[in-house]
Design a protein around this ligand. Sequence first.
Ligand code: ASP
Length: 404
Amino acid sequence: MSVKSANNLIWGILAAVILALFFGTWLGTSMTKVEWIGTLFLNALKMTIIPLIVSAVICGVCSLGDVRKLGKIGGVTIGYYLTTTAVAVFVGLMVVNIIQPGEQFSISEEVATRGTDHGEAPKLTDIPLSMIAPNLIEAAAQTKLLPIIVFSLLFAAALSTTGQKGKPLIEFFDGLNETMMKIVSWLMIFAPIGIFCLVSARLGAAGGGEAFWLEIMAIGKYVFAVLLGLLIHFFLLFVFLALVAGGGLKHFLSVSRALLTAFGTASSSATLPITMDCLKEAGVEDRSIKFVLPLGATINMDGTALYEAVAVMFIAQAYGIEMSAIEQGIIFITATLAAIGAAGIPQAGLVTMVLVLTAVNLPLEGIGLLLAVDWFLDRFRTAINVWGDSIGASVISRFWKNLN
Ligand code: ASP
């Protein structure tokens, strides 16, 4: 895509989000009629994910030249993303301790029982277990990216040791990757329409502007704490990028299409093909786009981690349960792990939060307090998830040569 059409698209998507907020507020539930168009766009993006990720990771690893480098780059990538996630949780805990959004919050009967149906609680051991799927086709069908990436890494590592014999296969995946990227750039043309329909229909489903505004006001301090934490983390990463690799603003403009798509779809997995496209245009090293970024999109969720820490502390405060420094330490660790285990799909963070609540013995019903506004906050945290992934790919790309 040319720079001019990419710029036009950014304005188009931005206008779509603003118009969607306006129409969703104004027309309320009748906007749900356009939901199917948004779903069509979302499905089209999802359709590209598996072939795109598999081919990207395989090409990325094979282009390392020597399979031994995989461990080094993989280690740096995982270490980097773990650190930024931990920083995000720390920011969340700071904000929630200062603002105390749950203080003097009165829990109504109706709200307190909303979240009681959360099925079986996830366990910490679910995270390593989710890395390997016994049936790859089933995992692909359910867009479970983690086992697909683990398999692709293994496959690529083996492929890169096969010498001449494996060459045609590497070329095949290279061609597949180029083709998928082309399809993604075509799909992007429909992004403004798709995102308009997704956002306006969701706001409509929430009862329109007035009804939703009342929900937000009811737990306004909590919404404010989450948004403030996300904003602080956004700037921290921005400054970090500017200091270590340069070009903070340039990077922001390059990935703004992906950030807006993340806001529109509330799914970092569905946004991944677009993030790849944006980073390609931003001149990020190809190997970083194909290797670091997909890994980041699956294990790195800064926004989700921060939100989980704020939400859990909010629940504790609302129920009047004091969280000691040790318990906050447990929240720190489990929120980091829960974010790694969360899938890149809408409201996945709400599910893995059960893990954090259980670790510090907080009532799971507390989730009911957050449900009404969660779809809204989900969009912001997904955008921060994508922002974090993209910065990781950019920073590691910059230092790639030193790592070799
Ligand atoms: N929707 C988020 C994502 O796709 C996950 C979450 O926090 O619920 O990245």
